[in-house]
Write a protein that binds this ligand. Structure first.
Ligand SMILES: Cc1cc2nc3c(=O)[nH]c(=O)nc-3n(C[C@H](O)[C@H](O)[C@H](O)COP(=O)(O)OP(=O)(O)OC[C@H]3O[C@@H](n4cnc5c(N)ncnc54)[C@H](O)[C@@H]3O)c2cc1C
Length: 244
């Protein structure tokens, strides 16, 4: 999508690199790019910040931490919460994957290549200061796992983070047939099913003040479509604080 044909407050067609596509509805599900996509469609300012996040992969070949057939059963584990805590790990194939929410400035003007750019202070192969610091958090809970090996690769990407770490799912303020579904703040895979359900209800014309019934196993509960409205007042008391 490189632009739009807008008439009154409606998007009539999207301009794409493959030509023009007429549309009844547009769903902005562009993740870290969603604020700029909204702008290019004449839509509202979305309070979504791209924040760089890294994942470290440690070799476990020379360190039989658990029996090989039990390796993949290791649970995802968070090594404490609060200041200086919050490292998490899980097995990824034969490696141990490690992540952490470090403090980082928003990068609203990132270019595509920046997604894969590992900053020097995070380039820990085979074991730099940052990886040592992360493993010391692991060591406090599992000294054996902390000895499991050295970093063999690092990857990164942008979390698309909102001020309250909840997504923005709902109508745009300015463009009547534009719906946003973005800002999953690092939880977008987990939020995908409920997002699809809510977007469907919004486009079906369910009253935005109505409560939506949820599928099994949450059938005892309902969810108000206002909960994730992009223009909702953000209650920072409920902010999920960055763990540093
Ligand atoms: C290191 C890391 C670890 C993560 N781990 C987890 C996890 O364990 N669990 C979890 O639930 N989530 C995790 N996430 C978050 C998850 O990856 C995202 O929340 C999720 O991918 C967001 O999905 P999305 O479809 O909204 O956006 P994206 O997956 O970012 O997709 C947006 C798409 O829009 C495209 N786009 C941008 N501009 C345009 C345009 N103008 N026209 C057309 N297309 C465009 C982009 O190319 C992209 O393909 C992690 C993220 C990172 C960075």
């Amino acid at each position: 999508m490189i632009g739009a044909h807008i008439s009154d407050d409606h998007i009539v067609a999207l301009n794409t690199t493959h030509g023009e596509i007429e549309c009844d509805w547009v769903v902005n599900a562009a993740g870290a790019w969603s604020p700029r996509v909204s702008r290019s469609l004449g839509g509202m300012d979305l309070r979504i910040s791209p924040l760089k996040r890294y994942l470290w992969f440690l070799s476990t070949r020379n360190h039989e931490v658990v029996a090989p057939n039990k390796w993949n059963e290791l649970p995802m584990t968070i090594y404490g919460m609060g200041a200086g805590r919050g490292v998490y790990s899980r097995p990824e194939s034969s490696s141990l994957m490690l992540g952490w929410a470090h403090e980082t400035p928003p990068e609203p003007n990132f270019v595509d290549a920046d997604q894969d750019l590992v900053e020097p202070m995070f380039a820990d192969i085979p074991m730099g200061d940052r990886a040592v610091a992360l493993m010391s958090q692991v060591a406090d809970f599992s000294p054996v796992l902390a000895e499991c090996g050295a970093v063999t690769s690092i990857t990164c990407g942008y979390y698309e983070t909102t001020p309250d770490h909840n997504p923005m799912i709902g109508f745009d303020d300015r463009v009547a047939n534009l719906v946003h579904a973005a800002g999953f703040s690092g939880h977008g895979l987990m939020h995908a099913p409920i997002t699809a359900l809510l977007v469907r209800e919004i486009i079906r014309g369910v009253d935005t003040e109505a409560a939506v019934s949820l599928p099994v196993p949450f059938e005892q509960h309902t969810l108000s479509l206002r909960t994730f409205a992009p223009n909702r007042p953000i209650n920072l008391d409920k902010k999920e604080h960055l763990v540093i």
